[in-house]
Write a protein that binds this ligand. Sequence first.
Ligand code: IFM
Length: 466
Amino acid sequence: MKFPDGFLWGAATAAHQVEGGNFNNDWWDWEQIPGKIKNGDTSAGACAWWKGERYRADFDLARSLNHNAHRLSIEWSRIEPREGEWNADAIAFYRRVLGALRERGMTPLVTLHHFSNPRWLVAEGAWETEAVLPLFERFVTRAVQELGDLCDFWITINEPNVYAFTAYINGLWPPGKKDFRLAFRVLANMVRAHATAYHAIHRAQAHARVGIAYHIRALYPANPRSALDRFATRARDYFFNHLVARALQKGKLIFPLGLNTRVPEAINTQDFLGLNYYFSSRIAFDLARPAELFGRQLPHQLWGVSFEKDLESWFGTGDIDPQGFYGTLMWLARYGNGIPIYVTENGIGDARDEIRPSYLVTYLAALQRALRDGANVRGYFHWSLVDNFEWIEGLNFLRFGLIANDFATQTRTPRASAHLLAQIARANAIADELIEKYGYKDRSRPTPTHHRNRQTIASKKFRRRG
Ligand code: IFM
C-alpha cells in the first residue's frame, strides 16, 4: 500500500535543541544551575546551526535522504531579545534557514513556541498570567510578517501538556514549580494564546495552515482489574491527553477545584492536527503522588517485555506500542472529523540504533493501517533529524537523531534508520521485505483508556519476526 500522493516525509528539530548560542532564555539559565542537566551539559554548542550555519549541511543530508519537508522552531528570545525590540540579524538568520529549505525543495513547518521563553517574558510571569496573550500575539504576527513569504505552515505551541506537566507539576523544567493550580492556569493561557495566535496568523496570511502539536501517550492501567489503577489512568488520560484537545473543540477547559475556564475563542482554530507520539505507559495508583493525580508510571518495557539490558538511551521513556499509535491516530481522526493529521514527532532515543529500525518500520506500518482505516494522515516528521540537546537529559543520554552527531567535532553520520526511512520515503511505501525484516507483530494489549468504547482493536499474538 502506498502512502498518499504528496505525503510529507521529514524530520523535526527545535531551535534551542539544535542552534546553540541561545543565551537569552529560561533554558539557558536553567542549564547554569548545578544538577539540573545530566552530566552538566549545556546547549551552548548544540548542533551549531546558529554560529556555524550547519543547518545547510544538515538539510543537504536530509534532502539526500529523500526528505521533502522539515519541521523546525524559531526562537522568540532571539527575534525579540527585549520586550518590543526586534532583532534584524535573527530575522535574517531565519530567512536564510527557511530559504535553505525551499532551495532544496523542502516544505518548512515552523513552530512558534517550543518550550523556551525569553528571559524578559519570564520576568513578567511567562505563561502564568494573561499578560502573555498580547505579547505572544505580537511576536507571532511579526514572525509571520517577516517570514510569511517563505512559510505558510505553522504550529503555534508545541506540547502544552508536556510543558505544563514538567515545568509546573513535577518541576523538572524551568521554572521548576510544583503547583497544580498554576499548571492549570498555564494550560489555560496556552489554549487562549493558541486561539489568539491562530487568528493573528490568518489575519497576516489568509491562506496559512495553522495547528498545535499534541503530545499524546496511550495509557493503560497497570492492573486492569484494579479500580484504583483504572481511576489513576483515566485521570491522567483526561488531563494529559484530552484537556487541551477538548478545550479547542468545546470552548471550555474543565478543571476541578472551581477552575473551569471558558475559551470560546478556541473553537475552530485548527486547520490540521499535529501529533507527537512516542510511547505508551502503564499507570499504577499511588497515594503518595497527589500532584500527579495519584498515578505512577511503571518502568518501561520494550515490546511488552521488561528490558533488562542497560540501554541508557532508552531508560524511563515508556513502552513501545505501535498499537497505541494506531489507536491515537484513529482517535484524532474522529476528533478532527477529517481535518488533516500530521505526525509532527515520533522517535526513540537509541544511540546505537538497535531498536530504532524496528520501531520505525512498525510505527509506520501502524500509520498505514490508520490510513487504510480512514485517518487523513498527510505527513510524518521523525524526531529528530540529528542528535541534539535533549533538555534535562543533556547531550548524551537520549540520542534521537536519524543522523548521529559528534558534538565535539560536529561530525554527522547517518544511522541505518536514516537510510531505512529514506528508502520508505523514496518509494512512498513500505516494501514487504522491510516489514518481514524489521516488523514486529503487535503484542496483545488492553485497549488504552482513551480509545475504550470507541473502537475494537483486534488482539493479536506478538512474536518477533525476522
Ligand atoms: O526533544 C523532545 C522535543 O523537544 C519535544 N517532544 C519530545 C522530544 C523527545 O523527548
